[in-house]
Design a protein around this ligand. Structure first.
Ligand code: HEM
Length: 346
């Protein structure tokens, strides 16, 4: 305290510099808005009390009709939204016809080609626009839908969703390509990709546990199965369990097969459980990016602990909430889209 009182004032010559830096940081971090703020639980309680229930009812009905595939689609949609320009529903925007390749929207980037669940978001949005027009963001609907879809098999919410995201007004395929991790990525690349979103190695490992549900197409891991080392076929990635590699070769037939998809967590493909980490330890991680989690000492130690179901669910809850805060627009930033597929007025 005494030190604070006696501290000498900064020399006048440095003050403008400090001011400029503060203003600059404010603009970059806050996106030039003075009224940005944190996300909040039950953000719509007063302005659209039905919001969370509407999304839940629609998602629950749709998942009940497609419990094996839809939760994976909606969870991946949320991830791909958050990793490109933050969780701002930019992934939902359609490319404007005739706008040229440079203006192609995120959803038309190759890694987004197999995304799905857009129609579920559209249905929820249409109902919400009828009930409370212009209030509930598409970005929040995506966040809620992912939680509700994955939680369906548990009959309770696996994590709580903070709300108040606003919708972005830019969507570029080139940014999806640059920001989404690739299944061929090694550990260093994955770590720096996640770090760029404010997510650490622990988040990377835990969030990769999302691969406990869903499928992957053969062409995205085919290079690990056939002629991997350049020796006589069928040489596989040595980090792959040999029996598993043989099964995958039989299922895929060729390394470039983009018509066949296999479960990412064989043995428990639709359960949201810790079995992904059990498989990973046995050399049954489907993508090079899954196997890469064993290539780093810190990540591998986490993988071992995450084979415990309760621990996995507890940690996933924290990590997915953190992912849901990446780069969000709040306050008067962005807009509330009327139609999740188009920027207002376009
Ligand atoms: C760590 C970096 C990651 C990479 C490189 C990666 C890559 C992939 C790839 C290539 C697919 C298969 C796509 C296809 O064949 O159609 C996939 C599927 C999936 N990913 Fe990831 N992913 C990563 C992290 C995540 C995260 C953080 C989540 C969510 C929190 C996630 C959720 C999913 C889900 C649920 C599927 C299955 C989708 C479906 O069955 O439709 N992934 N991922």
């Amino acid at each position: 305290m005494a030190a604070m009182v006696r501290r000498r004032p900064a020399p006048v010559t440095t003050m403008p510099v400090v001011l400029v830096v503060v203003v600059f940081v404010g603009v970059v971090v806050g996106g030039a808005s003075a009224s940005a703020g944190p996300l909040k639980a039950h953000y719509y309680r007063h302005v659209c009390p039905a919001a969370e229930a509407v999304v839940r009812d629609i998602v629950t009905a749709r998942v009940a009709a497609d419990p094996a595939a839809l939760p994976a689609k909606l969870l991946r949609l949320f991830f791909h939204d958050c990793f490109v320009r933050g969780c701002d529903a930019s992934v939902l925007i359609d490319t404007v016809a005739g706008s040229g390749a440079a203006a192609a929207a995120e959803k038309d980037a190759a890694p987004n080609g197999s995304l799905g669940g857009y129609d579920v978001i559209d249905t929820a949005k249409a109902v919400l626009e009828a009930v409370c027009p212009g209030v509930v963001s598409c970005a929040d609907i995506v966040a809620l839908a992912a939680r509700d879809a994955v939680s369906y098999q548990f009959g309770r919410d696996l994590w709580d969703v903070q709300l108040g995201r606003r919708d972005g007004v830019v969507s570029l395929a080139s940014e999806a390509l640059a920001n989404l991790p690739a299944p061929s990525d090694n550990f260093t690349t994955l770590e720096s990709n996640f770090a760029g979103k404010g997510l650490d190695v622990k988040d990377l490992v835990i969030l990769s546990g999302a691969h406990t549900i869903g499928v992957g197409h053969c062409n995205l891991f085919g290079a690990r199965l056939f002629n991997f080392t350049g020796a006589a076929a069928p040489s596989a990635d040595p980090s792959l369990n040999a029996a598993y590699a043989a099964q995958l070769r039989a299922a895929c037939g060729s390394p470039s097969n983009n018509a066949t998809a296999v479960p990412m967590d064989p043995g428990s493909p639709a359960r949201f459980d810790a079995h992904y980490f059990v498989n990973l330890k046995l050399g049954r991680g489907l993508f090079a990016s899954d196997a890469a989690l064993l290539a780093d000492r810190r990540a591998a130690a986490l993988v071992h602990g995450l084979t415990d179901q309760d621990y996995f669910l507890r940690e996933f809850k924290n990590a997915v909430r953190k992912m849901g805060r990446v780069g969000v627009l709040t306050g008067d930033q962005g807009e509330i889209r009327k139609n999740c597929r188009a920027i207002n007025g376009k």
